[in-house]
Design a protein around this ligand. Sequence first.
Ligand SMILES: [Zn+2]
Length: 88
Amino acid sequence: MPVCEFVNCLSGSRKNKALKQPTLHRFPKDEQYRHFWQLQAQAGFNPKPIKFDSAVVCSLHFAPYHYDYSKGVQRNARNLKAEAVPLK
Ligand SMILES: [Zn+2]
């Protein structure tokens, strides 16, 4: 199972048992947004290449306004907006 790229993410941690399983989002295809996501995910720690084709960021780093609800909400299939950039 893919693991969130965020360096401090708790979603893959044992401390996370109380939290719900987050949704995993692939990196955007747009290079500029990929770069934004990478900056946020690595936060200056140990910069390393990310395999963008398989890397994911979990839903813990997104806020409700990052999602497009115009097509309705399906479980585990929330639609991220194209301009969404993950938070910390
Ligand atoms: Zn995460």
